[in-house]
Ligand binder design. Structure first.
Ligand SMILES: Cc1ncc(C[n+]2csc(CCOP(=O)(O)OP(=O)(O)O)c2C)c(N)n1
Ligand SMILES: [Mg+2]
Length: 578
């Protein structure tokens, strides 16, 4: 049989390092799926919802650095990809979406399932190629692959069935070369300017993001030389926190430790590889700011900067290290590290007192999970309160990874993220901290996929019968919480009925044992249904109602303004809860 256009596509995707394609079949995709089957090098992951497949692919792409394919069939199958593709765009994951398209003879006739891919994907994707002639195929496939990999984001190949099944042009290349990341750093003159600013400053603080992924050693060396406290965004935490004597925690909504004060007390703040979006947590004009990022669009858009440099953090900081001298005064560093240490001590209270507090405190649950999980566990958190507990209670490590829908902030990402991670790293512990809203939104149907594939994903549901994060936000905004409550089934029983292992935990004393059993479970997915205390509603019943309301409101406000440490202290002092 002559090679078809779809054969060339899969050959090129496989050559580019694509190992899996997540999606659902449909008639517009028939020749595409038939070619995938013939090709045999790319595994088809048949999911129950296309969006679930994309979230799985995003985690795989983010963690492995390889491109991952997803597919959906014309019209509705394609639109189901969209939210996941937005997540890929925001999280910087190399996803190539194969979108089934109507036959070319039907285009622009409002045919069944017809969708204009240019209009539809415009917001989410870095490139959309619609293949209407086999002669385009090599160029479109190459651009879709290289744009996804090099610019780190989703691209689309919109593929009508008649073109997919057309004979490939004889000369179609089926190799694509992926370049290693180029060394990319600012000009020497700019690095000299930066060195001068550092020499002139007495108190230098560092604030790092995901751009520090490959630059941990260089950033820690710089911090040691400058006696600089190192704070980080949620995305930077996993690269900069563990085994770092300069670590001072996070600033922002989920902030803790000395980070907020350190970045505000500094003379000079170095923002490294971060597009941290919460400008109100960054200092104003009284602190000089330098921002370094490989993406020039990130520079200066969250806060005004005194110097903006474009380059990779690793290469830039390595070049800088040769140009700055040791600072000797470590008082600034010590002050903020001490504050961070006292925060971590406070957190221990949850582990120690947690077994005696009912309903179960999510902090205790997460802290116990962190203690029991493997050193190379992969953790994922749903958007919702799970993010708070991931940020605060899950300790990182050289081989642990923490991931979520950090920049797009979609609900229901964690279980599919963990599924994709488990496929990419079989046997490694993959743990999803799910909201009950998130789990029932998207994860429940595809629990069946995990069951069928016997994928050992650990899903821990924070069963608070509430869209709790929004509940807190509503209180913070001073509106009456509305539309946030719902009723849940016993998720452990549901899981068992679906063929997964189910564990229900209602008693705080059962948390440790239940988690240990879940983490040790092999041969398939496990759902741990933990009945937790809805955050900020765990107030002592003896307080008068107006005090309860005021107290709750004030706690919520503090949580959302990054003052979790003071919340813990307040609770500790006023109620003896922890
Ligand atoms: C798809 C989507 N819909 C709505 C929201 C707004 N939102 C953010 S967090 C949240 C609540 C999540 O509830 P749940 O999953 O139960 O987690 P909890 O906060 O209760 O732990 C909502 C509705 C969102 N981020 N994404
Ligand atoms: Mg909830």
């Amino acid at each position: 049989m002559a090679r078809k256009v779809a054969d060339v596509m899969w050959e090129m995707l496989a050559a580019a390092g694509v190992k899996r394609c997540y999606g659902i079949v449909g008639d517009a995709l028939n020749p595409v799926i038939d070619a995938l089957r013939r090709n045999g090098k790319i595994e088809f992951i048949h999911v129950r919802h296309e969006e679930y497949g994309v979230f799985a692919a995003v985690a795989e792409a983010y963690l492995t650095g390889n491109p991952v394919a997803v597919c959906g069939t014309a019209g509705p199958g394609v639109t189901h990809l969209f939210n996941g593709l937005m997540d890929a765009r925001k999280e910087g994951a190399a996803i190539i979406a194969i979108a089934g398209d109507v036959e070319t003879k039907l285009m622009d006739t409002a045919a069944l399932e017809e969708l204009n891919p240019y209009k539809f994907f415009d917001t989410a994707c870095l490139y959309v190629g619609r293949v209407v002639n086999p002669e385009q195929s090599r160029a479109v496939f190459t651009t879709a692959i290289l744009t996804a990999v090099v610019d780190k984001g989703p691209t689309v190949i919109s593929m009508p069935g008649d073109i997919a099944s057309a004979n490939a042009p004889d000369n179609s290349a089926h190799e694509v070369t992926i370049p290693a990341a180029p060394v990319f750093r600012p000009a020497d003159a700019d690095i000299d300017k930066l060195a001068e600013m550092i020499e002139a400053a007495k108190k230098v603080a560092i604030f790092g993001g995901d751009g520090c992924r490959d630059a941990r050693d260089e950033v820690l060396q710089l911090a040691a030389r400058l006696k600089a406290p190192v704070g980080y965004s949620f995305r930077g935490k996993q690269w900069l926190e563990h085994d770092n004597p300069h670590a001072v925690g996070m600033t922002g909504l989920l902030g803790y430790g000395g980070a907020y004060k350190a970045v505000h007390d500094a003379d000079l703040l170095l923002m490294l590889g971060t597009d941290f979006p919460f400008s109100e947590f960054l200092p104003g004009g009284d602190v000089k700011k330098v921002q370094i990022d490989r993406n020039p669009k990130h520079i200066g858009r969250r806060t005004a900067v005194d110097l903006g440099l474009v380059g990779d953090i690793q290469a830039t900081v390595a070049a800088l290290l040769g140009k700055v001298s040791d600072k000797t005064d470590s008082r600034f560093l010590e002050k903020h590290v001490a504050e961070t240490t006292s925060f971590h001590e406070l957190l221990r209270h949850y582990v120690e007192k947690g077994p005696g507090i009912k309903p179960i405190r999510p902090e205790f649950l997460a802290a116990t999970l962190s203690e029991l999980a493997a050193d190379d566990a992969l953790f994922f958190a749903d958007t919702g309160t799970a993010c708070i507990w991931l940020a605060r209670q899950i300790t990182g490590g050289p081989n642990r990874r923490l991931f979520g829908s950090f920049s797009w902030a979609s609900m229901a990402n964690a279980a599919p993220n963990a599924f994709g991670a488990q496929l990419a790293y079989p046997g490694r512990q993959t743990i999803a901290l799910c909201g009950d809203g998130g789990f029932t939104m998207l994860a429940l149907g595809d629990l069946l996929t995990q069951v069928q594939r016997k994928t050992p994903v650990v899903q821990i549901i924070l069963n608070n019968e509430s869209l709790d994060f929004v509940n807190i936000e509503m209180q913070e905004a001073g509106v009456v919480p509305f539309g946030v409550d719902f009723k849940n089934p016993n998720f452990a029983k549901v899981a068992e009925a679906m063929g997964a292992k189910g564990i229900r935990i209602e008693e705080p004393g059962d948390v440790r044992e239940g988690l240990a059993v879940a983490l040790a479970h092999q041969g398939g997915p496990v759902v741990v249904d933990v009945v937790v205390d809805p955050y900020a509603l765990s107030l002592p019943s003896h307080l008068p109602f107006h005090a309860v309301t005021g107290f709750t409101l004030s706690l919520a406000k503090q949580v959302l303004s990054g003052k979790m440490d003071s919340v813990i202290k307040t609770i500790e002092r006023n109620t003896g809860l922890v």
